[in-house]
Design a protein around this ligand. Sequence first.
Ligand SMILES: [Zn+2]
Length: 262
Amino acid sequence: MNSPDRYQTALATLQLPDEWQVDVAVRPRRRRVGIEVKPGGAVAVLVPPLADPEQIVRFVRSRRRWITEKVDLAVRLAPDHPVKELVNGDEFDLLGQRYQLQLVATPPAGIEQLPAATADRILYARAQRPEQVRQAIIGWYRQVGLDWVKREGRQYEQDGRIGGLRYEVRDLGRHRWGLYRGEPKHITALHWAVFGLPVHLAEYVLVHEQAHATRPGGRAHGAAWQRRMNLWMPDWRQRQLELAEVGRHCWLGDCRLPGAAV
Ligand SMILES: [Zn+2]
């Protein structure tokens, strides 16, 4: 018998905390036992075929402190993205300002196009089906974000001698804030949700990708890339840590959509 059960049974003797959600997986290609702490804090023990359960128990016992630290960190950094209702008064952060949503049938005086953000921090959007409101607001993030990224990115293009770079602001899913696509595309892309972060964190995401766009030698985040980061943004490590914390509370476009008309 080589099912995960015998390992689970053996590990039960360690009385590990329930919240670790320990799962054992037998991995035919593994030669050594390994432990993986997943985002959110679940623990997977990866076991080579025919491993001795006692050896697994000893290994996990010896790593107990390491697992505790990793689980704590994973739980602390678990995503906690807000879900918007898309009703009047909903708040949206954009480049360091907070706007209150106001749904209107027609643009107020002095405003030509919806959605529109005013100096007194109102975000006017057309009252329509929630999915359309959501799309309109995301479109607003993309538009303002693209203008910002083109403007702010230029100094790094010049300083880093990056020629012909293009920009994109779009949805990059739930695990990525930015990316640089090499030739022939040669594009710096930022997630639209980046513009809901404080400005100094949006700057970090931009500078991170611009440093890739200089095409430093070596590994993606290796010594040459880090040198460029140190030059452009001496406190980038601090911002990177802050992004991991602040970013998990950032709006990623999630809405409670009743499906009915507003
Ligand atoms: Zn990178």
